[in-house]
Design a protein around this ligand. Structure first.
Ligand code: NAD
Length: 261
């Protein structure tokens, strides 16, 4: 899609992957609205790129709806929503000692945050006249494509994001809204915390957040015919589209895109 002169919103945009992507989108000429639960950090990130900031907890559907609407009102539309906020919890991998409050929080941010964000993005995009090249992107993870033993609940939520984004994509293409999922490997951000030496000791290379911004740009440059793609970002490789196996049999006939009209 065309980026220059258009409006982007980034959740979890105050740090890490969200911030690096906000910087890149602004450099491409977009007006960027940074949403984050940390309002001060969001304001600081937005100031650095001439954008605007809004404090917003993506687990609260009312805050999400209000913030997306306010962003569109202030910046004159909404062309790209990047649903990126996410958290990890305990990395012990021991399901027997899973803290249920942490479990709920993980799914609230990683799953509800994407569902509420996609809903608000579509509703907002429908209220403003826009070109037929808009996009909704979400950050999943390699843990959304393969098991991740240290935090199975994170893997649960990130698999959910992949299934959800692939499922909404065909229904939105008639409205000119492309849907893509970004699946990064381990990246140097707040989510990784102080675990970089641990990860590198077992031979897993750590990426910088700018590499994930590259994957976002690759997704945005892709034609509408590739909507629904999961872009894998791995160290030392250009972003590549994940190929999912087909399930044999008649069941996929249920997958007829919904016609709203
Ligand atoms: P990060 O901690 O640097 O950034 C996450 C941002 O989300 C923070 O600014 C945080 O304040 C914000 N946030 C957290 N909860 C929120 C909420 N309820 N509402 C609004 N904002 C909230 O970490 P990051 O690695 O940049 O994370 C961005 C995304 O990338 C996440 O979805 C994460 O799961 C995913 N990811 C990260 C890695 C990695 O290794 N860092 C790998 C794969 C996927």
């Amino acid at each position: 899609m065309k980026l220059a002169g258009r409006v982007a919103l980034v959740t979890g945009g105050a740090s890490g992957i969200g911030r690096a992507t906000a910087v890149r989108l602004a450099a491409e000429g977009m007006s960027v609205c940074v949403l984050d639960i940390d309002g001060d950090a969001a304001a600081e990130a937005a100031d650095s790129i001439g954008g605007i900031a809004m404090p917003c907890d993506v687990t609260d559907p009312d805050q999400v709806e209000t913030a997306f609407g306010a962003c569109a009102a202030e910046l004159g539309g909404l062309d790209l929503a990047f649903l990126n906020a996410g958290i990890t919890i305990d990395w012990s991998g021991d399901i027997g000692s899973l803290d249920l409050a942490q479990y709920r929080r993980s799914l609230a941010v990683n799953v509800d945050g994407v569902v509420f964000g996609a809903r608000a993005a579509v509703r907002t995009m429908r209220t403003v006249d826009g070109a037929l090249d808009r996009a909704i992107l979400a950050t999943s993870s390699l843990a959304g494509l393969m098991p991740w033993h240290p935090d199975p609940v994170y893997s649960l939520g990130k698999h959910a994001v992949v299934g959800f984004m692939r499922s909404i994509a065909p229904n939105l293409s008639a409205e000119g809204i492309a849907v893509h999922t970004i699946c990064p490997g381990i990246t140097e951000t707040g989510v990784l915390g102080d675990r970089r030496p641990l990860v590198e000791r077992i031979g897993v290379p750590v990426m910088e957040p700018e590499a994930i911004a590259d994957a976002v740009l690759a997704a945005l440059a892709a034609p509408m015919s590739s909507t629904g793609t999961c872009w894998v970002a791995q160290h030392g490789k250009p972003p590549w589209p994940m190929a999912f196996p087909q399930v044999d049999g008649p069941d996929s006939r249920l997958n007829v895109p919904v016609n709203r009209h």
